[in-house]
Design a binder for this molecule. Structure first.
Ligand code: SF4
Ligand code: SF4
Ligand code: SF4
Length: 304
């Protein structure tokens, strides 16, 4: 029964993908959509099954399996093989061209509307940038850089959007769906991300530094995940305020402070990785469905 409860959130996400697969296939007649969304949903199901079966200490391996199954598929198959620019610039290009497929569909489901249901699960379970970043040595963060470092993500977002607007509106650039130029955009985008994210992780000793300060996609993710139905909830009767969850949270969220305030983890920095749930010695944390408005970032800052 308890395993059934643990599986329910994953099963819900998997079901959503399967419904999307059938709806997209039926409405467009394109069989690829059936394969694409069934694959993603099944990967999430498989990864979560492994995750649920594994003992607590090994659970991150189950999550990383999903990261590689979904993230790897998007990068290698959709990106490198099918020449789909899955970077944020690809989304802007396709949107401006009025082409509602590929990147636009991906961003709409995983990064704009999906987070109303499953928050930033994309970041914890599927992102192809994070799948490599998580292999770096700094899994435990020492806290956030104080000040306004997180605002750099908005600068990055603005630069990406400005480049696209400039090319489309002033230079007359037109996106070539499935063309080799899309592959070049994808390669360049990923090269920039990795060549920034990996050194940054080593400099600030934090695998997820790019996610915290520089990733432009968080502009979308943080907006809709405020309202996420799925969030981490703590049980104040069980919590002893030992702080183990917060010390292990890769996003530096002060989880016990939310529990004290009788609130779910409302921070839009939460990537639903469930590290806190697996770390808690009192089994005081779990995933929950409900409605509340997030955004209150109770975060642990590094002492400089
Ligand atoms: S913040 Fe950006 S790089 Fe990090 S996991 Fe989310 S989408 Fe990927
Ligand atoms: S609060 Fe828990 S689920 Fe959210 S990012 Fe931190 S460890 Fe992961
Ligand atoms: S690890 Fe568990 S008991 Fe300790 S502070 Fe976090 S929720 Fe409370």
């Amino acid at each position: 029964m308890s395993n059934l409860r643990k599986w329910a959130p994953f099963a819900a996400v998997m079901l959503v993908f399967w419904i999307i697969a059938v709806l997209m296939w039926q409405s467009t007649g394109v069989i690829f959509y059936l394969f694409n969304f069934m694959y993603i949903g099944t990967s999430i199901g498989l990864g979560s099954m492994v995750y649920t079966i594994l003992p607590k200490k090994k659970k991150p391996a189950g999550r990383r399996l999903t990261l590689f199954l979904v993230g790897g598929y998007m990068l290698l198959f959709l990106g490198f093989f099918a020449h789909e620019n899955m970077q944020i610039e690809g989304f802007f290009f396709y949107l401006l061209a009025g082409f509602f497929a590929g990147s636009v569909l991906h961003y709409t489901i995983a990064k704009i509307f999906g987070p109303f249901l499953f928050g930033r699960a994309w970041c914890g379970w599927a992102c192809w940038t994070a799948m490599f970043l998580e292999l770096l040595p700094y899994k435990k963060s020492q806290g956030r850089m104080p000040g306004t470092w997180g605002h750099l993500r908005y600068v990055h977002f603005s630069i990406s959007l400005s480049i696209v607007l400039f090319l489309v509106l002033w230079s007359g650039y037109r996106v070539q769906v499935g063309g080799i130029t899309e592959l070049y955009w994808l390669l360049a985008g990923n090269a920039i991300y990795y060549s920034t994210a990996i050194p940054l992780a080593f400099v600030v000793k934090d695998n997820r530094a790019f996610c915290k300060y520089l990733c432009p996609i968080t502009v979308f993710l943080k907006g809709s995940s405020r309202f996420s139905l799925m969030k981490v909830r703590g049980d104040s009767d069980k919590c002893t305020e030992c702080g183990a969850c917060a010390r292990n949270c890769p996003m530096d969220i002060r989880i016990p402070d939310y529990i004290k305030n009788d609130a779910r983890v409302l921070s839009t920095e939460c990537i639903l990785c469930q590290t806190c749930i697996n770390t808690c010695p009192e089994a005081a944390l779990g995933l929950s469905f409900g409605f509340d408005i997030g955004g209150r970032g109770l975060l642990h800052e590094k002492k400089m």
